[in-house]
Write a protein that binds this ligand. Structure first.
Ligand SMILES: NC(=O)C1=CN([C@@H]2O[C@H](COP(=O)(O)OP(=O)(O)OC[C@H]3O[C@@H](n4cnc5c(N)ncnc54)[C@H](OP(=O)(O)O)[C@@H]3O)[C@@H](O)[C@H]2O)C=CC1
Ligand SMILES: O=C(CO)COP(=O)(O)O
Length: 332
């Protein structure tokens, strides 16, 4: 066990499974909370997640499964949250008012905001659970779970207000398949992850509308500029947008065949309704929720973010994708 103590992963989906593989490259044991008992039973039968990343084999002797979130947290020291943002509150409500998280290093691997509250997960954890900021962390970067499963070299960034703590986790997960770095831009990195999901939806919409690589490059350039504008307005600090956890994550999500957000956008560009496209996909495209959060948050900040606004209008105001993109291009 490293000085991070016992590590718990919360969530049973694709990213939780990839993170479990990543952590177990170095750690001897993890605690793993999964909400469904039948999924845990499937793990015991198959030695792998029966529902997500089913090609990743685990040594079950290295895992203690929990269907009780409170117990999983109590038995652990470092808690990695890998739950889609629309459900974070629903899961965490189970430990509401308890002091279960006290003294734990709580790390969000979520790339989304809390719907309606329109705050990033680190802010939610600090305000709702009174976690001191030095005990908060974020894991982000250009990293598709599917490529972790294939053991393709990936890069992740661990951010925390306490960079010593971030470094501990960064060192603990570095392996032959994963390079890691450290940052102190917690909120900036979380916001960048929300934005890149939204931009990937727009990249997909444009691909579905038959725009080619020439246009995609221009679109991505404008997305990077818009990302910098919003981050500098909301979480001002010295930063280069060219880092892997800002630009890198935006590029992988905007271009990759594995991106759920890009896939959702492509279907919408091809003429699917938003609802039908969501139903056809078995996983969650968080940019759908992120677009609304950013729109509502920006009602207050009033930063000029036409690409994110275009996504909102396509996803929530039923604006015809071609009309929306035509209008957006006039602003480039
Ligand atoms: N996938 C990736 O490559 C990466 C993902 N992330 C981020 O990780 C987070 C988790 O995403 P990911 O694991 O990929 O998502 P998935 O779509 O793979 O997993 C969905 C998870 O959410 C649960 N879930 C689905 N519907 C509900 C519901 N109505 N109520 C409660 N729980 C529900 C599922 O449980 P059940 O099976 O029981 O329905 C499952 O555990 C996201 O914030 C994502 O942006 C970050 C980096 C990379
Ligand atoms: O965050 C990711 C890659 O870095 C995953 O993106 P998608 O949710 O679009 O698949």
């Amino acid at each position: 066990m490293s000085s991070l103590g016992k590590i718990a992963i919360l969530g049973g989906g694709t990213w939780a499974t990839a993170l479990a593989k990543i952590v177990l490259m170095n750690e001897k044991h993890i605690n793993w909370f999964i909400r469904r008992d039948d999924q845990i039973e499937g793990f015991y039968k198959l030695g792998r997640n029966p529902s997500y990343l089913t090609n990743v084999k685990f040594n079950l002797a290295q895992i203690t499964f929990y269907s009780n979130i409170e117990k999983a947290i109590k038995d652990s020291d470092t808690i990695i949250i890998a739950i889609p943002s629309p459900y974070v509150k629903q899961y965490m409500r189970k430990i509401w008012l308890s002091s279960t998280l006290k003294g734990k290093f709580v790390v969000s691997a979520v790339k989304g905001m809390i719907p309606n509250d329109n705050i990033v997960v680190s802010e939610y954890l600090m305000s709702s659970f009174k976690i001191p900021q030095e005990y908060i962390g974020v894991i982000s970067g250009p990293c598709h779970a599917e490529e972790v499963a294939l053991e393709r070299l990936s890069f992740l960034t661990v951010a925390s207000y306490d960079t010593t703590r971030a470094k501990l986790l960064s060192d603990a997960i570095r392996s032959r398949i994963l390079n890691t770095s450290v940052s102190d831009d917690v909120v900036g990195i979380e916001l960048a992850a929300v934005l890149k999901n939204i931009y990937a939806i727009i990249a997909g919409v444009c691909s579905g509308l038959q725009y080619g690589d020439n246009f995609q490059a221009v679109l991505m350039t404008h997305c990077a500029k818009e990302m910098k504008t919003l981050l500098d307005a909301i979480a001002p600090m010295e930063r280069s947008i060219c880092e892997q956890h800002y630009l890198g994550d935006m590029l992988v999500t905007g271009y990759s065949q594995f991106s759920r957000n890009r896939t959702l956008g492509t279907m919408i560009g091809k003429g699917y309704s938003v609802k039908t496209a969501q139903l056809e996909m078995e996983m969650i495209a968080e940019g759908y929720y992120g677009a609304k959060c950013i729109h509502e948050m920006n009602n207050h900040f009033k930063v000029d973010i036409p690409i994110a606004q275009t996504a909102y209008e396509i996803l929530y105001e039923k604006l015809r994708p071609q009309t929306a993109i035509d209008e957006l291009i006039k602003k480039f």
